[in-house]
Design a protein. Structure first.
Length: 339
C-alpha cells in the first residue's frame, strides 16, 4: 500500500510521541504535535483533524504497513505503547522489501562515475549498508558522519522545493552576531553542506549581492507567493563560486597563494586529504612538507590551519601568518592565565 509523504510525517510524529514516556499523550496532544510537524516540514497551516489521527492510529495498529504497533489507551484517555521499546523505525524489512531495495541499489550504482551524479555516491553507500545489515541481521557496517540534532534540518525540504519551483522565501533570521532576528525575502539558488552544517545561497530583498545563510540560524521560514522570484540570471554555479574558497564563506576577494609548512607528523594527513583542490607540494624535507594553495583569506581557512595547531606553520602571505600567530598566542595566554 503506497503511503504519501504527509502520512509518513504523521506516523513518525505519533511514534516519537508515544516513545516519549515521560509525558502522557491525549488525542488532543497528538493532534497538536502532528499539526506542528506538518507545519514545520510542509508549511501546512490548516492543522489536522481528530478523525485523521484516529485513522492513523488504527493504521499503525494494523498489519497493512507491517507496523502492528502495540498502541493502547490507559485510563480511557492516554495513548502509549504497551511495549516501552517499540518503535515503527525498528520494524525489520521483509524479504520482498529487501529484494526491491537491492534492485534499487543496483540501479543507482550504475550512475557511479558520471560527474552529474556524484552526489548519489553517499546515498548509494548508505542504502548498501542498510540492505546488508537488514539481510544479515546485524548492524550497519558503514557509519557516516551525521548530526541529526542540528537545528534547521527540517527546512531543507522546503528550501529545496523553493529553489526547484523558483519561489521566494520569507525568512526570519538571526546571525550569531546579531542581537535580534530580522525578516528578509530570500531568492534561493542552491544549498551548500560543509562539515555537517547546511547553508542556503542566493540574494535577499532587492539587493544584487550574494548571501549565505546558515539553516541553523533560521527561526521561521515560509513561501511568499506575493513576491516575485529573482532567478540566478548571471549563471553563478557552486563550482565557480567556491573555486577559491574553503567552506561556505566567500568574500569575493582576489585569491592569494598561501604557503604552509606541514610537520612530518601531520604531512600524511594533508597529502592524502588536501586542504583545497589547488594544493601543490613545493618541497619535502626533514623539517616537513611545504605546500601551496590558491585561496581567499576567510574564516574557514583560518579554522582549517588552526585545527592542526603546532602541525602547521604559515610561511605566507604575511597578513594570514600574523592572524594565525595572534590567535595561537591568545589561545596560549588563555591556558597560561591563573584562575
Amino acid at each position: 500500500m503506497p503511503v504519501n509523504r504527509n502520512a509518513l510525517i504523521r506516523y513518525k510524529t505519533i511514534d516519537a510521541c508515544l516513545r516519549n514516556r515521560r509525558r502522557r499523550w491525549t488525542l488532543a496532544n497528538l493532534i497538536d504535535k502532528v499539526s506542528e510537524a506538518l507545519y514545520d516540514y510542509e508549511g501546512m497551516e490548516k492543522g489536522i483533524s481528530r478523525r485523521t489521527i484516529q485513522a492513523d492510529i488504527q493504521m499503525m495498529r494494523s498489519d497493512k504497513l507491517g507496523y502492528n504497533a502495540p498502541i493502547i489507551i490507559v485510563e480511557k484517555k492516554y495513548y502509549t505503547y504497551e511495549d516501552p521499546g517499540y518503535s515503527i523505525t525498528n520494524i525489520p524489512l521483509s524479504e520482498h522489501d529487501l529484494t526491491r531495495m537491492t534492485e534499487a541499489v543496483e540501479v543507482l550504482k550504475q550512475f557511479r562515475g558520471f560527474s552529474h551524479f556524484q552526489h548519489l555516491n553517499d546515498v548509494v553507500q548508505k542504502l548498501e549498508g542498510h540492505v546488508y545489515a537488514s539481510s544479515h541481521n546485524q548492524r550497519t557496517v558503514v557509519d557516516f558522519e551525521k548530526n541529526e540534532h542540528l537545528r534547521g534540518l527540517s527546512y531543507l525540504g522546503m528550501i529545496y522545493d523553493a529553489i526547484v519551483r523558483e519561489q521566494t522565501l520569507l525568512v526570519k533570521y538571526q546571525s550569531f552576531r546579531a542581537k535580534s532576528a530580522s525578516e528578509m525575502h530570500l531568492h534561493a539558488w542552491w544549498l551548500k553542506e560543509f562539515k555537517n552544517r547546511w547553508f542556503v545561497v542566493g540574494t535577499k530583498n532587492a539587493t544584487a549581492g550574494i548571501i549565505t545563510l546558515a539553516l541553523d540560524r533560521i527561526e521561521e521560514l515560509k513561501i511568499d507567493e506575493t513576491e516575485t522570484y529573482r532567478p540566478n540570471l548571471d549563471g553563478h554555479t557552486p563550482e565557480d563560486y567556491y573555486q577559491h574558497a574553503i567552506g561556505p564563506t566567500v568574500a569575493r576577494v582576489r585569491p592569494q597563494r598561501v604557503t604552509i609548512l606541514v610537520t612530518p607528523e601531520h604531512a600524511p594527513y594533508v597529502l592524502t586529504k588536501p586542504l583545497h583542490h589547488s594544493q601543490q607540494v613545493v618541497s619535502e624535507g626533514t623539517e616537513g612538507t611545504v605546500i601551496t594553495i590558491m585561496v581567499e583569506h576567510n574564516f574557514e581557512l583560518e579554522r582549517e590551519i588552526l585545527g592542526f595547531a603546532d602541525g602547521m606553520k604559515v610561511l605566507g602571505p604575511e597578513k594570514l601568518r600574523k592572524a594565525i600567530q595572534w590567535k595561537l598566542r591568545r589561545a596560549a595566554d588563555i591556558y597560561d592565565t591563573e584562575e
